[in-house]
Ligand binder design. Structure first.
Ligand code: TYD
Length: 206
């Protein structure tokens, strides 16, 4: 069975982290060696970039933001993702290129083509074998995140319209690539969501 790159996507508050942990356990129980990583982060350089992009005190222009996420991704791919896949381990990635397409391309309005191009360069063309999109209404996502007030990071401070553009961006990405991107109902209970996610991966286990 070839090692696979599985990515998990959705707006903030959709429950990606919980699903990633559950999936990793379910894969290991099937005898599949799997690692779970998150973006931005996962390796030292990317964790530093993560603290920059989240810092509410920094002014970051939209194009700079897109390049910072792409730089973080380039390092993670080179330092962890490629070596893990080469060693035969499956990689579960909490956010990948689709996050930049949705947040920077649609949310910030930079457009899909430009964001796709810098990410082609960043990843040297490594794409996900399957993507699980956790769909949730932006207002429900906000409610789940709770009111973090002063603790909210730079992106969490954005207005509802920003998250509505991102959710719409994700939906059009999924409509354009139905074989790769499988949409799941993020309001399902965690066990049901995990079962639905495994069903969308079933053909990869054969
Ligand atoms: P994080 O706390 O990881 O958010 P979540 O737990 O919801 O995944 O912070 C990542 C933030 O960065 C999140 O608001 C989404 C945003 N982001 C982008 O805008 N573009 C990207 O390419 C990536 C990977 C994340």
């Amino acid at each position: 069975m070839p090692a696979r790159l599985i990515t998990i996507e959705g707006i903030d508050g959709a429950g990606k982290t919980t699903l990633a942990a559950g999936l990793r356990e379910a894969l290991v129980a099937r005898g599949i060696d799997a690692v779970a990583l998150r973006e931005p982060g996962g390796v030292a350089l990317a964790e530093r970039i993560r603290s920059l992009v989240k810092d509410p005190r920094l002014e970051i222009a939209d194009r700079a933001e897109a390049l910072l996420y792409a730089a973080s991704r380039a390092q993670l791919v080179a330092e962890r993702v490629e070596p893990e896949l080469a060693a035969g381990r499956w990689v579960l990635l909490d956010r990948y290129v689709d996050s930049s397409l949705a947040y920077q391309g649609a949310g910030r309005g930079l457009g899909l083509d430009a964001v796709r191009a810098i990410n082609e360069f960043a990843t040297a063309g490594l794409s996900a074998d399957r993507t699980l999109l956790l769909a949730i209404d932006p207002s429900a996502g906000r409610a789940r995140r709770g009111d973090r007030g002063e603790d909210a990071d730079r992106l969490e401070r954005e207005a509802d319209e920003f998250f509505a553009r991102i959710a719409a961006g994700y939906a059009s990405l999924a409509a354009a690539e139905p074989a790769r991107i499988r949409t799941l109902d993020a309001t399902l209970a965690p066990e049901q969501l995990l079962a639905a996610a495994l069903a969308e991966l079933a053909d990869l286990f054969e």
